[in-house]
Design a protein around this ligand. Structure first.
Ligand SMILES: [Fe+2]
Length: 582
């Protein structure tokens, strides 16, 4: 038996995975367990939990794959240091931290509380963008594809072109920092008051509310080149070697100011977080998303010239831009994408492990990701024990009863917490740690926001659609099992899907097939039978916190918010005042 532990550590999206005989058996982001969003410290809890799920100990691990390589791209780091002598200290401190990480045995032993004398693993450092690429390509059954990864930065690179063939990923071209599409996106988000790490997705939702008022400004911010793109230095403060980001002592990501005074001269003062969103801010987000998409397509077309195939494996934080992903299928020569749900840095733990299995050890096992459910799971007995700690009335239902009752409640406009099976891998709730609701019930978006989610009114909720009905409702047939593509909703369905139809008549859909998630598929089918709508509104099971992981967190969220119904495993809860608008 071959056991590989993959980790992403001391970097945003700290996470772990365990791959046994070439097949991932568990993968979890640390934030779900320690409850610190985008946690960037050591993934001690997820290492322990992944091994528990696999029924293994650290002493069973033969290989540890780390999604970083501090020795990669040294020539570029040196060039940077010579050009930016003031940043030498900054670079030296990053390098010192990376070096400290090289003593992995001590780190794992200290953080996980085990004696390192029992360790027998070999360490493999996999360069950040290779690990990203591997997380996508080695989750597909393809024998040949182009590969592209685009993010803020990792190991001094922000974009990597590759050719993926058999068990090999061949680098073709890199874009080095400070040039970075991810940093560009983050900088502009910051200017309009979305400066927290991970806020970019919110601004993507704001963009369609704006107009193309600031086209010239944004056109000049990122200059397309024959090799990729350059950031215009007039637009940004010098980032330093860490692209303006730091990790504080709690393992949280801190983003320093990235945009230059040119933004203030052009637009006036930056928007304060939580203040009113003005037309200016909407138009800035429009300009940002438009230029981002344009440069994204430019990179993909350049890649296609190098690797003229129709399939592309994609990862990196920018690959979470589901709007751009929806468009690339018609605006570039690529016709099929493979993007696994943890496309951001949390995915490095899986990517590094798959890279070692496929490209280093050449184990000869190709895994196809059929679903995202690689996380924690709780039996009905464990859930019953948890419920017993609360003074709550509930019913224990058979599978058929559960589907009937839950679909009926959703039909009647109830907001349902739905906690089933194994937790999703990646940032999206995909039907196992989800809040579910009627996609066309009057005011459902407002109800969800007022009662639980407290999100800005402009942010859309997502539709989960039966896979075989996708093309009846949406204007594209490429599957989107992980909510990573946005497509137009067909005109005849827009009113019936009012709660998931965004202002530009699009939806960030999840296509659900029965093989991926039989219970969730059957629930949507039951809802379809009652309403004629093969769609359920699906949003993550949380209230301004990492998505719930344990039953107790789901129960607490149900009690704390005005959620009407909670279904955990076979157990069904409904509040006496369910459905009342207070
Ligand atoms: Fe990355």
């Amino acid at each position: 038996m071959s056991v590989i532990l993959g980790i992403n550590s001391n970097h945003a999206g700290s996470s772990a995975s365990v791959v046994v005989d070439g097949i991932p058996v568990a993968a979890i982001a640390e934030e779900r367990l320690n409850r610190i969003k985008y946690f960037a410290g050591f993934p001690a809890l997820s290492i322990t939990r992944c091994l528990e799920i696999a029924g293994l100990n650290l002493s069973d691990v033969e290989h540890v794959a780390v999604g970083r390589d501090s020795s990669a791209n040294l020539h570029k780091k040196l060039e940077f240091a010579i050009r930016n002598p003031a940043k030498l200290l900054n670079l030296a401190s990053i390098r010192r931290k990376s070096k400290a990480f090289d003593d992995l045995e001590t780190m794992i032993a200290d953080h996980c509380g085990v004696d390192k004398a029992s360790f027998r693993f070999k360490q493999h450092n996999v360069e950040h963008h290779l690990a990203h690429t591997a997380s996508a390509y080695f989750a597909s059954e393809w024998e040949h594809s182009a590969g592209i990864t685009i993010d803020g930065s990792g190991d001094f690179v922000s974009c990597l072109f590759t050719e993926c063939e058999g068990n090999e990923i061949r680098p073709i071209r890199k874009v080095f920092v400070p040039h970075s599409l991810g940093t560009f996106y983050t900088a502009v988000c910051q200017f309009i008051g979305y400066g927290k790490y991970g806020d970019e997705g919110k601004v993507m939702g704001l963009a369609p509310l704006g107009e193309d008022t600031y086209r010239d400004f944004f056109e000049r911010a990122v200059i397309p080149t024959e090799k990729g793109f350059d950031l215009n230095p007039d637009y940004f403060l010098p980032f330093g070697a860490n692209q303006g980001m730091e990790i504080n002592e709690n393992g949280e990501m801190i983003v320093h100011r990235l945009y230059s005074d040119l933004f203030i001269k052009t637009f006036g003062e930056p928007r304060e977080r939580h203040s009113e969103i003005t037309k200016r801010d909407e138009d800035i987000s429009f300009g940002l998303q438009r230029v981002f998409e344009d440069r994204y397509m430019h990179l993909l077309r350049l890649l296609h010239k190098e690797v003229p195939v129709t399939r592309v494996s994609m990862a990196g934080g920018c690959a979470l831009n589901s709007v751009a992903n929806g468009k690339l299928l018609t605006e570039t020569p690529f016709r099929e994408t493979c993007i696994q749900p943890a496309a951001g840095d949390d995915g490095l733990a899986l990517g590094a492990a798959l890279y070692v299995s496929n490209s280093v050890l050449k184990e000869g096992v190709r895994w196809k990701m059929e679903n995202s459910y690689l996380g924690d799971e709780y039996s009905d007995d464990e859930i019953r024990n948890e419920i017993a700690k609360y003074d709550l009335e509930f019913q224990e239902l058979t599978r058929d009863e559960l589907l009937e009752r839950t679909s009926e409640e959703i039909k009647n406009g109830m907001v349902v917490g739905w906690f089933q099976g194994r937790m999703e891998w990646g940032p999206r709730a995909l039907g196992n740690r989800s809040i579910l609701a009627h996609p066309g019930f009057p005011n459902m978006k407002d109800i969800l926001n007022a009662r639980i989610k407290h999100r800005e009114a402009f942010r859309p909720f997502a539709p989960s659609v039966l896979a075989e009905r996708q093309t009846d409702l949406f204007e594209h047939d490429h599957p989107s099992p992980f909510m990573l593509h946005v497509y137009k909703i067909k005109p005849e369905w827009r009113e019936r899907l009012s709660a998931v139809n965004h202002v530009d008549d699009t939806g960030r859909l999840q296509t659900v097939s029965r093989t991926e998630n039989p219970l969730y598929y059957d629930l949507i089918t039951a809802f379809d039978r009652k309403t004629g709508i093969p769609v359920i509104l699906n949003t993550s099971f949380n209230e301004n916190e990492p998505i719930v992981c344990k039953p107790s967190e789901a129960i607490e969220c149900y009690l704390r918010t005005r959620m009407d119904v909670l279904v955990i495993g076979s157990f069904f809860f409904k509040k006496p005042d369910a459905g009342e608008t207070k």
